[in-house]
Design a binder for this molecule. Structure first.
Ligand code: SAH
Length: 360
């Protein structure tokens, strides 16, 4: 089988070239062709010797997921459905803003965590995405979207907030993150790359040790009783453990706070009392809140909190001196908003079993 060069970070590519009897600096050249010029054709890589180009054609390939759907929302948000194998497709979403372009990237086909309010969780889990399939989303988006007038790349920020739990797929996610940060690839600063987790504590520690980037934690409840129901992985890693892990992470984090995501569910987690409990919790971690109005999906059993309720909730946090922003809902007319990504996943799990098996 040919090696897919999109699946290698710098050190992986150096190893690949060493095995071919080539100099390590070839890796840097090829990395630039692949990730800065989004070139997938070895014949075009004009600064490589002809013999090397021929060798690459014989031994390697550049395979990104196949785009099988491309939808644009009224607000400019764009969603791609990407086929990763015969049975599975995942989604990536590009969210343009005036001074930046954020790509929301998937890490798994489906998800085992089964959060009560999340459409991806309802699909079940099929498999981890490989590094090439993860970085391939960034590669495709940059290739398809036009560079702006200054020649800047369209994707300026990446959030690992698409389908799946990135901290349950770190073997593949970490090389992809390294490529996002690598100056010979995407060259993004650590603050512009965010990993979001439902709270997989050993994964938080591993990310801290191996590739610290901005961290977002999907909190969604201020106490274990409610969080056990909404985010079942809390039964394995309760809030006290999660808070400790966040504080360990902050030692190495590129930002001096953790972003707590909090989905606003009408009548479930959005009362004044919940907000006050949250204030007490937030005193234990340097954090900022991102309130996410719940995005409905077919057969979801929750309702979005009213704008007045969200404002009231945010006010309580603000009066306690916490920073709380409310996430703008983007792309909901094409089911591209948070929690609406479903892709097309061939479920192979029995979720009650897999939650017990969760290990980072
Ligand atoms: N598994 C990771 C990555 C997914 S990120 C995590 O849980 O953080 C997706 C974000 O959208 C998470 O904060 C998730 O809790 C939130 N979300 C899920 N379903 C949602 C919905 N229906 N409406 C709004 N936000 C939702």
């Amino acid at each position: 089988m040919k090696a897919n060069l999109l699946g290698f970070d710098a050190s992986g590519l150096e190893r690949f070239f060493a095995e071919q009897g080539e100099k390590p600096f070839r890796a840097r050249q090829v990395l630039r062709w692949l990730h800065q010029r989004h070139e997938g054709d070895f014949a075009q890589m004009s600064d490589l010797a002809k013999g090397l180009r021929e060798k690459l054609v014989a031994t390697a390939g550049v395979e990104a997921p196949q785009i099988v759907g491309d939808t644009r929302a009224a607000d400019g948000t764009r969603k791609w459905l990407l086929k990763v194998d015969g049975a599975n497709a995942v989604e990536a979403v590009f969210i343009p803003e005036t001074s930046r372009g954020t790509l929301c990237v998937s890490s798994q086909a489906g998800c085992v965590l089964d959060c009560a309010f999340c459409s991806t969780g309802k699909q079940g889990f099929n498999r981890n995405l490989g590094t090439a399939e993860i970085i391939g989303q960034v590669w495709l988006a940059n290739r398809l979207l036009k560079v702006d007038r200054q020649g800047a790349r369209p994707v300026t920020n990446v959030v690992m907030m698409g389908m799946g739990e990135p901290l349950l797929n770190l073997d593949n996610v970490i090389p992809a993150l390294r490529l996002m940060l690598d100056d010979n690839a995407y060259g993004l600063s650590r603050r512009r790359v965010t990993v979001s987790t439902a709270g997989v504590v050993p994964g938080i520690d591993r990310l801290r040790d191996e590739c610290p980037v901005a961290l977002a934690v999907s909190l969604h409840a201020p106490n274990d009783e409610l969080r056990d129901r909404l985010v079942p992985v809390n039964r394995k890693y309760p809030l006290s453990e999660l808070v400790k892990a966040c504080n360990r992470y902050l030692d190495k984090a590129p930002r001096d706070f953790i972003t707590f995501e909090y989905v606003m569910l009408d009548g479930v987690n959005d009362s004044d009392a919940h907000a006050r409990e949250l204030v007490a919790l937030a005193r234990r971690v340097r954090s900022k809140f991102n309130l996410i109005p719940f995005n409905p999906f077919p057969r979801s059993e929750f309702k979005r909190s009213s704008p007045e309720r969200i404002r009231g909730f945010a006010d309580i946090l603000a009066r306690a001196g916490l920073t709380a922003t409310t996430r703008k809902t983007r792309g909901d007319d094409i089911a591209a908003a948070c929690g609406q990504l479903a892709g097309d996943v061939a479920d192979r799990t029995r979720r009650s079993v897999t939650l017990k098996e969760v290990r980072a």
